[in-house]
Design a protein around this ligand. Structure first.
Ligand SMILES: [Zn+2]
Length: 373
């Protein structure tokens, strides 16, 4: 098994993270998975990849000291979904499912369930900028309307809130802390599948957070993630400039910012992973959001089971058709009165023969629906 590709992607000659074990923990081992092209830190190298469930994993012994993205974790979002709730989700996933693969049992899914952390970048940066914007200030316009009611005139006061826009300019010189940016290339795809993570639940990282849990390392360089982090900083700056101007609204914000002293750390996002194998031996991973409990995974119905059912139904159809032939032959030779029974049995046999297609239609429907999802 070759891991040259993984190694080339992840090695970074200029990495200054060689002493990462001091921050993450001496007890952790680095492994790589060739199937999903990921690297992980965990206590004991497992037999299957903790993320995709495949067996394509290998420990990174000497290379581990030179991993590219081992910047220290700063914040952790704790698991809000407990393992009992995960079991309920898995039960719902594997239940009421025709022609489910033999390996897709609740017991197997539970046994392979692993609490797991995905990475997100956090960046701190100094920013110096000249900015300009239009600030909006609310003011009330009072008017009066005369109404004739119950034989007399009444005056009704009407208050309408309007916005007064004023051009403002200023400077910003401050440090921005913990602005997030995706650390995985698949971050957006994953968010669409299981939903976003709420960082308001984040708390300072503690080594206990990762005890017995696997951690996936970033596969996206900080330079690539900077665009999103900068957008987050700009959003914060817009609000701060609005507050500093005591305005209710802001528009046409422009700034020319210089950033310096960037420091990259990580935010750990909680998920559970598990997997099953379909009847063709292919591994299918499942992932469960550690905050909202949403599960994503592909449901694959077993074409082998469908085939067995179809053969059984076809055999019954064949026997029924043979019986109709026998009854028909007897009716022609001896007892004409039983001819209608032969016809009924014949049509019954034809219906059963057509039903032999149903298992294949169900498997096709389940698999194509799952692929679309
Ligand atoms: Zn993998």
């Amino acid at each position: 098994m070759s891991f040259i590709l993984c190694y080339d992607v992840l090695m970074d000659e200029h990495s200054d993270q060689a002493d990462w074990t001091a921050v993450w923990g001496e007890h952790l081992t680095a492994i790589a998975c060739e199937a999903c092209n990921s690297t992980f830190l965990l206590e004991q190298p497992p037999s299957n990849c903790p993320y995709c469930g495949q067996k394509s994993i290998a420990p990174l012994a000497n290379e581990a000291m030179h991993l590219a993205h081992t910047q220290p974790p700063e914040l952790t979002i704790p698991f809000l979904i407990k393992e009992e709730q995960v079991a309920q989700k898995l039960q719902a996933f594997s239940k009421r499912f025709w022609f489910a693969p033999s390996d897709m049992t609740l017991a197997h899914l539970r046994e392979r369930t692993r609490p797991f952390f995905l990475p997100m970048w956090l960046v701190d940066s100094d920013a110096t900028a000249q900015w300009g914007a239009e600030m909006g200030f609310d003011y009330d316009v009072v008017s009066h309307r005369e109404k004739y009611r119950s034989g007399k005139w009444e005056t009704e006061q009407i208050i309408r809130t309007q916005i007064r826009w004023e051009a403002r300019v200023g400077t910003v010189e401050r440090r921005y802390d913990n602005h997030p940016a995706p650390a995985l290339e698949e971050h957006d795809a994953l968010r669409q599948k299981i939903g976003a993570f709420k960082s308001r639940h984040a708390r300072p990282f503690s080594p206990n957070d990762i005890k017995g849990r696997a951690i996936r390392l970033p596969d996206r360089a900080p330079e690539d993630a900077w665009t999103e982090a900068e957008a987050s900083i700009k959003t914060a700056a817009i609000d701060q400039c609005r507050q500093a101007s005591a305005a209710e609204h802001i528009r046409d914000f422009k700034w020319a910012a210089q950033f310096s002293n960037k420091e990259w750390t990580q935010l750990l996002l909680p998920v559970y992973t598990t997997y099953y194998q379909d009847d063709d031996g292919r591994t299918h991973p499942l992932i469960i959001h550690g905050q909202n409990g949403r599960l994503h995974g592909m449901r694959r119905a077993s074409s082998k089971k469908a085939k067995r059912w179809s053969i059984t139904i076809a055999a019954i159809a064949l026997l029924t058709l043979c019986l109709s032939m026998i009854v028909g032959a007897i009716s022609l030779a001896a007892e004409e009165a039983i001819l209608p029974f032969a016809v009924i049995i014949f049509f019954g046999g034809m219906i059963i023969a057509m039903a032999a297609l149903i298992p294949f239609i169900i498997v096709w429907y389940v698999n194509s629906k799952s692929e679309k999802e």
